[in-house]
Design a protein around this ligand. Structure first.
Ligand SMILES: Cc1cc2nc3c(=O)[nH]c(=O)nc-3n(C[C@H](O)[C@H](O)[C@H](O)COP(=O)(O)OP(=O)(O)OC[C@H]3O[C@@H](n4cnc5c(N)ncnc54)[C@H](O)[C@@H]3O)c2cc1C
Length: 309
């Protein structure tokens, strides 16, 4: 929340490295793999990324990945592509989720980017959001990974879901912080910008926008704090993080749009910073599972019917 209050890109970099990449090793790795990889990653000596999404498979990742893994002796051969992978163009290791052709189950692999023939990354250009984060299109052509880099405790998509449960909950904190930063900029601007000989913050309609922004932020803070309590009590299922991610990102979109509105024409320029929050919020709304997918996870939990499997 505090990182995103200043910059959602930095929060995203950290979320990908710490939450998604380290989280995958923690969730699906053996004790030996955790001991080998997590300490240097915690010290930022090795930076990681998380490759789940593919050019043709996004929301439907749990339904079938196209990237394949084939066991050959003491190694695995990976083939396929991963799209939108944060940190991928420059990081040290990539967690790649692929479908084992032998049993059709999803398995995780630690790929050492620079040491693995057949592994290449193209930086995605022309993004409107999270400009500081480099996202990559990974291509794997007969990319050979030793068995020791196969995440040993991962047997199916269940481990991926376990990682995403935690990181979606963290995105809800990010979304809360992002709107806090935008609100603070808008409040300051409203107190300083003069129109009709008075600060615009003295107009009732501008105060109405600020009050609505504050209400959104307060509601989101309460929700993530409650989700944290459930986590601490060991009661976090898939649906509470999904509910929190959907609610906070939707409220964030409203809040950052109102903040931009208070800046008038200046809100369109990157020079006034509020536009950065406005653009970045679009990425937070869609990544780590879209708004619709989060609500379908909640819908499944409350009705007992899955609308997507
Ligand atoms: C900036 C950024 C960073 C990212 N970083 C990573 C990363 O580090 N690692 C990674 O693996 N991925 C990453 N992603 C990918 C991200 O998680 C996906 O973009 C997201 O899950 C949506 O998948 P998609 O883009 O393929 O959209 P699609 O799945 O094609 O969805 C398109 C639209 O259809 C809707 N839709 C799809 N299915 C249903 C349904 N059953 N019911 C109702 N609506 C539906 C969606 O909600 C959405 O509105 C990143 C994306 C972005 C933009």
């Amino acid at each position: 929340m505090q990182l995103a209050r200043t910059d959602a890109s930095i929060a995203t970099f950290y979320g990908v490295h710490n939450g998604l990449a380290m989280g995958s090793i923690n969730e699906a790795g053996s004790e030996e793999q955790k001991q080998k990889w997590l300490p240097p990653m915690a010290r930022f000596e090795k930076i990681g990324c998380f490759g789940l999404t593919e050019p043709l498979v996004g929301s439907g990742a749990s339904h079938g990945l196209l990237t394949t893994a084939k066991r050959e002796g003491d190694s695995w051969v990976l083939n396929g592509q991963k799209k939108w992978i944060g940190n991928a163009p420059w990081c040290d290791i990539s967690i790649i989720w692929a479908r084992d052709v032998a049993d059709n189950q999803v398995k995780g692999f630690i790929v050492e980017n620079k040491k693995t023939p057949g592994f290449s990354v193209e930086k995605i250009q022309n993004k409107i959001a999270l400009k500081v984060v480099q996202n990559g299109l990974i291509t794997m052509k007969d990319c050979r990974v030793p068995e020791e880099n196969h995440l040993q405790a991962g047997k199916s998509f269940r481990e991926v879901a376990g990682v995403l449960r935690m990181t979606r909950y963290l995105v809800a904190w990010e979304a809360t912080g992002c709107q806090m930063g935008a609100y603070e900029l808008a409040l300051k601007y409203a107190q300083q910008r003069m129109q009709f000989g008075r600060p615009i913050g003295s107009f009732q309609l501008v105060q109405d926008l600020l009050a609505k922004m504050l209400a959104n932020i307060t509601a989101c803070q309460c929700m993530v704090a409650r989700t944290a309590q459930l986590h601490a009590e060991g009661k976090l299922g898939d649906h509470q993080p999904a509910l929190a991610k959907a609610f906070t990102t939707a409220k964030m979109r409203e809040t950052v749009a109102w903040a931009r509105e208070i800046f008038g024409g200046n809100g369109i320029s990157l020079d006034y910073d509020v536009a950065r929050y406005f653009a970045d919020s679009e990425a937070l709304y869609s990544y780590e599972g879209t708004y619709q997918m989060q609500n379908l996870i909640v819908g499944k939990a409350v009705t007992g019917f899955s609308a997507f499997l």
